[in-house]
Design a protein around this ligand. Structure first.
Ligand SMILES: Cc1cc2nc3c(=O)[nH]c(=O)nc-3n(C[C@H](O)[C@H](O)[C@H](O)COP(=O)(O)OP(=O)(O)OC[C@H]3O[C@@H](n4cnc5c(N)ncnc54)[C@H](O)[C@@H]3O)c2cc1C
Length: 372
């Protein structure tokens, strides 16, 4: 008997909210201040089964629709955008593309430790100087024996310092543009692969953002994901799915910011604050509708790329607008170093950038609407 979709979504939402109360809220100020997650957080996430949500049960996953995943990410992000980002990247742009594009053998070998939360996944596309126009990437691969040798640097890579499995992209010849790019699944223990630096950021502190370097790193033949030359389309497909997740994270931030703005307005005699709360409500509800629509289309196996871009674009802006509102309505106390409002304002800023900036979403949407 299949579980009705609403029960699936509500059940996971409740579990995620309970998880956030028990395992995130007590540490949320320290996570931001120390820029690290407490030691028990990843094991607790693994135990919650959220690390395998939506992945096939035969390889250790837990049944869950894309709407359920979006609900989980929204709940986690309402507490900590950093924790939600960790999970969104792990699931949507690491584990899921491996399931979608991997051979049966690759899925059997690589996915169980990810689904069971024994390993964390990362997605390494961006490079120093290569972001929006990913087809220009320069990290090189060449054949070496019956495997591959990689050389180059990957920048702003989420989760990578702790990741066990890194989905990475390299070109055999940069002059071939997107046609030269292939996708590889690299174990973090690969000799020649190391973390060069961990970046100290304004927001989503706790979430690792790193530069990783492939220095004559040798990958086995079975590390190639999909066919040679298919890497760029794998990256784009992964990012389309990822945007539903990032949009859900932004929705969680938009919601928390709205709640803080509402609290501040209730405690104040100023009538102008009512209008700001009304605007925040519209932003929140519109973001929710777009996120749910994108997740529903993905669940139904229907085209969802444009809907995911629209959801990501709008929800990330809504998160920023609502964070600004919460900040303005709270007054000077919002500027304290440990204030939730200030943290949310800093956290929100990441969402219009990652997994394709706002301007890139506009390009994707414009192409999709005009068909060119
Ligand atoms: C916290 C954080 C985590 C990240 N995690 C990951 C990760 O896990 N894996 C990964 O691969 N990458 C990751 N990134 C990188 C992220 O995907 C890039 O920052 C993003 O794609 C934008 O690239 P860029 O920063 O190089 O900016 P650029 O591409 O240099 O763009 C700069 C500005 O120009 C605009 N712009 C660029 N091209 C156009 C155009 N054609 N038309 C109009 N405007 C344009 C952009 O919208 C942007 O506003 C992360 C970034 C951050 C900040």
């Amino acid at each position: 008997m299949s579980v009705p979709a609403a029960a699936d979504v509500d059940g996971w939402r409740t579990r995620a909210a309970e998880f956030a109360r028990a395992h995130i809220e007590p540490h949320v100020v320290a996570i931001d201040h120390d820029d690290r997650f407490p030691d028990g957080l990843l094991p607790a996430l693994a135990q919650s089964k959220m690390m395998g949500l939506g992945l096939p049960t035969e390889v250790g996953g837990s049944p869950g629709s894309n709407r359920a995943i979006a609900a989980v990410l929204e709940e986690l992000a309402a507490s900590s955008a950093a924790v939600a980002t960790l999970l969104s990247v792990h699931l949507a742009v690491a584990a899921m593309p491996i399931v979608e594009f991997g051979s049966a053998e690759q899925v059997r070998m690589i996915v169980p430790p990810l689904a069971e939360g024994r390993r964390l996944g990362a997605f390494a596309l961006s490079e120093p100087g290569v972001g929006s126009d990913a087809a220009r990437l320069t990290c090189r691969y060449e054949r070496a024996g019956d495997g591959f040798r990689l050389n180059g640097s990957k920048m702003f890579i989420t989760n990578a310092a702790s990741a066990g499995t890194i989905l990475t992209f390299a070109t055999k010849d940069a002059s071939l543009g997107h046609r030269g790019i292939s996708a590889f699944v690299a174990a973090a223990t690969t000799p020649g692969l190391h973390v060069a630096q961990r970046l100290d950021k304004l927001g989503i502190r706790g979430s690792e953002t790193t530069e990783i370097v492939f220095d004559d790193a040798r990958l086995p033949a079975d590390s190639l994901l999909g066919a040679e030359g298919e890497g760029f389309s794998i990256a784009m497909a992964a990012l389309a799915g990822g945007r539903v997740g990032i949009a859900a994270c932004a929705l969680g931030v938009a919601r928390r910011a709205f709640e803080l703005a509402r609290e501040a307005a209730r405690a104040s005699p100023d009538d102008w604050k009512r209008t700001e709360v009304a605007r925040g409500y519209v932003d929140l509800e519109a973001a929710r509708a777009l996120v749910e629509r994108a997740a529903e289309l993905k669940d139904a196996g229907r085209p969802f790329v444009a809907a995911a871009s629209a959801a990501k674009l709008f929800a990330s802006q809504a998160a920023n607008r609502n964070a600004q509102r919460a900040f303005a309505l709270t007054g000077p106390a919002a500027g304290r170093a440990d204030a939730t409002v200030g943290r949310i304002l800093r956290d929100a800023r990441v969402f219009p950038i990652v997994e394709g900036s706002t301007e890139i979403q506009e390009l994707i949407l414009g192409r999709s609407i005009l068909g060119r």
